[in-house]
Design a protein around this ligand. Structure first.
Ligand SMILES: *Cc1c(COP(=O)(O)O)cnc(C)c1O
Length: 478
C-alpha cells in the first residue's frame, strides 16, 4: 500500500490555550483533507485495533486538553475511511463540503441549542432559510412544515408520525392523546423495493415492519401503477402510501404523476422517501424524473447525501404544517404567534438540538441554485459515462438504466457470476484507489457505484472504470 503523508500539525504557541488547541485541530483537518486524494481509501487498521487504541478504563486523573487532542489525532490516524475522497463511490454518501465543515465548526463553537428562535436567533434563521431554499429547489409547495433532523431514516420516521396524526384524526382519533391501542387500523402500502429505512420508520411508530401491503415494481424498482391500483382497491379506512424518489439500486423513482392521484382518490396520505433522489428536481435536465412528486403530503430528504453536508442532517417536509407540529411539539403549538418565527423544536423530536442545518445554509449559499444544478447534473452524466465504459467490456453487465447517479454492476454470468462480482469488488477495494461497495439486486450480487461526491469529476470515473475492468480481466483469467 502506498505511503501517505502524516497528519502533521504545527503548533503555533500563543498565550491562549484554547486558541492553540483549536489551531492544532484546524491544522490537522487541513492536512487530512489535503492528503485524502492521495490516501488509500480503506483504513490501515481494523475495528479491533481501533477499540484497543481507544478503549480501556477511563483515567482517574485529569489531563490537559492538548494531550487528549494529540492522543485523538495520533491514534485516529490510519483509522479513518476516506468517505470524503472524490473516488469514494460507496453506498450513497456525501463528502462533507469544505464550507459546510467550516460552518459546522462554528456551530460547535457557538454552542447554541437550536430549539427556539428567540433564544438562538441566528442559527434558527439560517435553518429556516435552509428549509425554504431546499423546498424551492425540490419543487415542493410553499409554506410546508419542515424539520431538520439527523438523517433520512429519522426524516421518514417523522413523516410517518405526521401521517399517523393526520390520518387518525380524520377518523376522529387523537393519537397524540390516546395512543394506538384501540385506534382505527392504518393500512400501509409500500413498494417492494422500498429502502430498509422506511421499514425501520414503520417499526418506530408502532405500525410494524411486516404489517404492510407490498406493491410490485418493474425491473427498475418503480412501482407498477396497476399493482398499486389493485392494492388500494382492497383497502378501506386510513391509508398511508409510501413512495420512493431515487432507488439505491436503479437510481430511478416511482411514477408519481400516476400513483399520487390514485392514492388521493382513496384519501390516502402519501409520503415520499427521497433521501437523495429529491435533489434531481434541482437540475433542469433531471427534474422531469420527479413529475408529480409535489402532490404528496410529506417528504424525507437528506442534506448529507447529495448536498454533501457534513454528517448528520436531513429534512422532513409536510405540505400541511399542523400534523407535523401536533406530532412533534412538546407544547402543541401550531403556528408561530404574531411577530414570531417557527421554532425548530416544534417540528422535530429533539428539544435541545445542534444547529445541524447551518452547514447546509453555507453550502447552499456557496453553490447557489446553479451550483446545485451543476453538481446533480454532472453526477448523472458521470454515471452514464461509467455505464458506457463498463458496457464496452465483455462480461460486464449493467443492471439498471442509469436514470440518475447510481450504477449497478455485475461481472460474469450464471453460477460463477456472483462470486466473480464479489471477487472483483474485493480486489478493487483492496487496491484502495477507488471505492464502490456491495449490493444485491434482482437476485444478483452487484457492485454499486454512487456518483455523489461534490469533487468527483471525469478523471475519477475513468479511474473507477479502469480499476473495475482490470480487476475483472484478472478474475476472469484465473
Ligand atoms: C440513504 C437512504 C436512506 C437512509 O438515510 P440515512 O440518512 O442514512 O438515515 C433512506 N432511503 C433511501 C432511499 C436512501 O438512499
Amino acid at each position: 500500500m502506498q505511503a501517505f503523508r502524516r497528519w502533521e500539525f504545527s503548533l503555533t504557541k500563543s498565550n491562549d490555550q484554547t486558541a492553540d488547541l483549536w489551531q492544532q485541530a484546524f491544522n490537522s483537518a487541513v492536512a487530512y483533507r489535503e492528503n485524502v486524494p492521495e490516501m488509500p481509501i480503506l483504513p490501515l487498521y481494523d475495528a479491533a485495533e481501533a477499540h484497543a487504541r481507544f478503549g480501556g478504563e477511563l483515567d482517574e486523573e485529569s489531563q490537559s486538553s492538548e494531550a487528549v487532542l494529540a492522543h485523538i489525532l495520533g491514534q485516529a490516524e490510519g483509522g479513518i475511511l476516506q468517505f470524503t475522497s472524490p473516488r469514494f463511490f460507496g453506498f450513497v454518501i456525501g463528502a462533507s463540503h469544505p464550507v459546510g465543515v467550516a460552518a459546522d465548526w462554528m456551530v460547535s463553537a457557538w454552542g447554541n441549542p437550536t430549539a427556539y428562535a428567540e433564544m438562538s436567533p441566528a442559527t434558527v434563521a439560517m435553518e429556516n432559510a435552509v428549509c425554504t431554499w431546499a423546498a424551492d429547489l425540490m419543487g415542493l409547495p410553499k409554506n410546508c412544515g419542515a424539520g431538520i433532523v439527523t438523517g433520512a431514516t429519522i426524516a421518514n420516521t417523522v413523516g410517518i408520525m405526521a401521517a399517523r396524526n393526520a390520518l387518525l384524526s380524520q377518523y376522529g382519533w387523537d393519537v397524540e392523546a390516546d395512543g394506538l391501542f384501540g385506534a382505527p387500523e392504518v393500512h400501509v402500502v409500500v413498494g417492494e423495493q422500498a429502502h430498509s429505512a422506511v421499514f425501520a420508520g414503520l417499526r418506530y411508530v408502532g405500525f410494524g415492519a411486516n404489517r404492510v401491503t407490498k406493491v410490485a415494481t418493474d425491473d427498475q424498482a418503480r412501482i407498477l401503477p396497476d399493482a398499486m391500483e389493485r392494492a388500494l382497491e382492497n383497502l378501506s379506512g386510513p391509508i398511508l402510501v409510501i413512495l420512493q424518489a431515487g432507488s439505491i439500486n436503479s437510481g430511478d423513482s416511482d411514477p408519481f404523476a400516476d400513483l399520487i392521484p390514485m392514492a388521493k382518490k382513496r384519501k390516502a396520505w402519501v409520503h415520499v422517501d427521497g433521501a437523495f433522489g429529491l435533489w434531481l428536481n434541482a437540475a433542469p435536465d433531471t427534474k422531469h424524473m420527479l413529475d408529480g412528486v409535489e402532490q404528496a403530503d410529506s417528504w424525507a430528504v437528506d442534506l448529507h447525501k447529495w448536498l454533501n453536508a457534513p454528517y448528520d442532517s436531513a429534512l422532513v417536509y409536510t405540505k400541511d404544517r399542523a400534523p407535523l407540529v401536533s406530532a412533534m411539539s412538546a407544547t402543541g403549538a401550531y403556528l408561530p404567534e404574531e411577530g414570531t418565527f417557527p421554532n425548530p423544536s416544534d417540528s422535530v423530536m429533539e428539544l435541545s438540538r445542534r444547529a445541524r442545518g447551518v452547514p447546509s445554509y453555507a453550502i447552499l449559499k456557496t453553490l447557489g441554485k446553479n451550483g446545485v444544478a451543476e453538481m446533480v447534473s454532472r453526477h448523472c452524466r458521470l454515471a452514464r459515462l461509467l455505464g458506457d465504459k463498463l458496457r464496452a467490456e465483455a462480461g460486464i453487465t449493467i443492471l439498471n438504466e442509469i436514470a440518475s447517479n447510481q450504477v449497478a454492476i455485475c461481472c460474469g454470468e450464471g453460477t460463477l457470476g456472483d462470486p466473480q462480482t464479489a471477487q472483483v469488488l474485493k480486489m478493487v477495494q483492496d487496491r484502495g484507489k477507488v471505492f464502490p461497495t456491495h449490493g444485491s439486486w434482482k437476485g444478483r450480487t452487484t457492485i454499486r457505484a454512487s456518483i455523489i461526491g461534490h469533487e468527483t469529476q471525469d478523471e475519477d470515473i475513468d479511474l473507477l472504470a479502469n480499476e473495475l475492468i482490470e480487476a475483472w480481466r484478472a478474475v476472469r483469467k484465473s
